[in-house]
Design a protein around this ligand. Structure first.
Ligand SMILES: Nc1c(NC[C@H](O)[C@H](O)[C@H](O)CO)[nH]c(=O)[nH]c1=O
Ligand SMILES: CC(=O)[C@@H](O)COP(=O)(O)O
Length: 140
């Protein structure tokens, strides 16, 4: 059994609850342990994961958040920089699934967060599991 950390940005709580439910469900269905750590927004997720890696004790991570376009360029910063930093951690060999939704409106987010519909939280957890399996294959 492996130990995964779900790092969720609590910016849109009700949407995150669904994403976390999907992620936790996928990890537990695969026989693994899931813990949840909360940060304020998507921009804090990569830093939190980097700190948790430094601290040790986790085999993989699932980034959970929702970024909804507003009126300004802030959307591009939050969506782009969080994805870029998560990808940088992935390229360092850390098993991370990116479940940060980047959407135009809440309606799009709901369909994607709902475990009974697009289940993007579960999908991100499965991506983390796939990378964890690859770590064990190539770095036994
Ligand atoms: N607008 C959204 C944010 N913005 C907040 C940033 O992520 C960050 O917490 C702040 O800039 C302080 O560093 N975060 C989201 O998760 N979703 C958004 O739509
Ligand atoms: C991430 C966003 O775009 C949003 O929360 C910020 O909204 P605004 O651009 O209207 O300040």
């Amino acid at each position: 059994m492996a130990r995964f950390l779900i790092v969720e940005a609590r910016f849109y709580g009700h949407l995150n609850d669904m994403l976390v439910e999907g992620a936790r469900g996928a990890l537990e269905a695969a026989g693994h342990e899931a813990e949840v750590l909360t940060v304020p927004g998507a921009l804090e997720i990569p830093g939190a994961i980097a700190l948790a890696v430094e601290g040790g004790g986790y085999d993989g991570f699932v980034a959970i958040g929702v970024v909804i376009r507003g009126e300004t360029y802030h959307f591009e910063i939050v969506a782009g920089e969080s994805a870029r930093a998560i990808m940088a951690l992935t390229m360092d060999g850390i098993a991370i699934g990116n479940g940060i939704l980047t959407v135009e409106n809440e309606e799009q987010a709901l369909v994607r967060a709902d475990p009974a519909q697009k289940d993007k939280g579960g999908e991100a957890a499965k991506a983390a599991l796939a990378l964890y399996d690859l770590q064990r294959k190539f770095l036994p």
